[in-house]
Design a protein around this ligand. Structure first.
Ligand SMILES: Nc1ncnc2c1ncn2[C@@H]1O[C@H](COP(=O)(O)OP(=O)(O)OP(=O)(O)O)[C@@H](O)[C@H]1O
Ligand SMILES: [Mg+2]
Length: 358
């Protein structure tokens, strides 16, 4: 049975390789609409890296972090085989044939116990700095935190995220020790980060968007799509990888691509209708700069109407409602451009259909 394999996103991979080939200088925030292939791209990049890189990939998805202990557990991984943490460092630094990848920073029971006893970030961050300094003597350490927004609001004495940003700045801009990539599809979080004074001039932003037209056509060519089917896929799904993969799987199993497209759209339309119906009864609140604002249904409709004849609007105006729609993953905010657009082509089509009778 043929399976869908990774489609090589050359421009994005090249950009990341370019960053990795230079001295660590900035924190790189990788952002993009939901399901655009950020995690897939990073996973592939890690596999392709030459032997002199050591990657620590920490995915916070599915992790519940509300206190210091949770955070330590998310960051580190106990290596039961090693008694001394120097043994771990030695294994990592020794020449191996492949680049090394760790899902969590390997440490010993002794170190972990110490963190749980002391309960201060200072110890953890100091340890990390020493640890990475040791590795950097022979290899290039790369720290990747996926779904970073999960700790965006976590407060343990101070805001955890600021402590972490300080560490990242230290590792990149000051010590040039370690590459740091922070990945997130929460565009409101990225917007906050983007306007954060402490990160100004110390961070870079890499958009991993849905495939463009050429990439989409090329991707589908690999699975025997006819011209008509390719256009159908583009019209419905745009270049959303997850959606294209669904269509490919449907086709590979002898199913009807058109029917699948229509079915997925039907769901999106029904979800949007439901949401507007709900707003007839309730007035949700959103928090902007610590103040609560009501979401007005008529403003939501105004925003959606704007998408009838265009794909992108400004982030300015009707802020609470835009916030609400972004949080609901219907709209995506690109903080670099200051623009808002639907999270996917399917969302755009659904908006246009629902607005016909609004
Ligand atoms: N380059 C690619 N080649 C083939 N399939 C891909 C590619 N990128 C993404 N996909 C498909 O799309 C799915 C979603 O991708 P992925 O989870 O990487 O998106 P994401 O942007 O990290 O999503 P999220 O916004 O939830 O973090 C993958 O499980 C995979 O099936
Ligand atoms: Mg992801």
């Amino acid at each position: 049975m043929i399976e869908v394999t990774f489609y090589d996103r050359e421009p994005e991979l090249k950009e990341m390789m370019d960053i990795l080939s230079m001295k660590p200088r900035l924190i790189t925030f990788v952002y993009g609409p939901i399901n655009s292939g950020k995690t897939e791209l990073i996973t592939h990049l890690i596999e392709e890296l030459p032997e002199d890189y050591v990657v620590f990939y920490i995915n916070l998805r599915g992790k519940f972090i509300s206190n210091y202990d949770d955070f330590v557990r998310a960051l580190f991984k106990l290596d039961r085989e090693k008694k001394e943490y120097k043994e771990i460092l030695k294994t990592i630094s020794e020449v191996s044939l492949k680049s090394l990848k760790f899902t969590g920073i390997p440490i010993t029971e002794g170190v972990l116990d110490l963190f749980f006893r002391e309960k201060t970030y200072e110890d953890v961050f100091e340890f990390l700095e020493d640890y990475l300094t040791e590795i950097a003597k022979n290899k290039v350490p790369v720290l990747i935190v996926d779904e970073l927004q999960k700790i965006g609001d976590v407060k343990i004495n101070t805001h955890l995220i600021y402590e972490l940003f300080n560490l990242f700045i230290r590792l990149t801009k000051e010590l040039h020790l370690c590459h740091v990539f922070a990945v997130s599809s929460d565009s409101l979080f990225i917007e906050q980060v983007y306007s954060e004074a402490m990160l100004s001039g110390r961070s870079d932003y890499l958009l991993v968007d849905d495939f463009d037209y050429e990439q989409t056509m090329d991707f589908l060519d690999g699975y025997g799509f006819m011209d008509g089917e390719k256009m159908m896929a583009w019209d419905y799904c745009g270049g959303k990888p997850v959606c294209l993969v669904e269509l490919i799987n449907r086709k590979l199993r002898g199913g009807d691509v058109k029917k699948k497209c229509e079915d997925i759209l039907k769901i999106k339309v029904s979800q949007l209708r439901d949401l507007l119906d709900l707003l007839d009864y309730v007035k949700p609140q959103v928090l902007l700069e610590g103040e609560k604002y009501y979401v007005e249904r008529e403003h939501v409709v105004e925003i959606l109407k704007d998408f009838v004849d265009r794909d992108t609007v400004s982030f300015k105006g009707y802020r609470p409602e835009k916030h609400f729609m972004i949080k609901r993953n219907i709209l995506f905010l690109d903080p670099k451009e200051g623009t808002v657009r639907p999270q996917s082509q399917l969302n755009l089509l659904a908006i246009r259909e629902v607005m016909q009778d609004a």
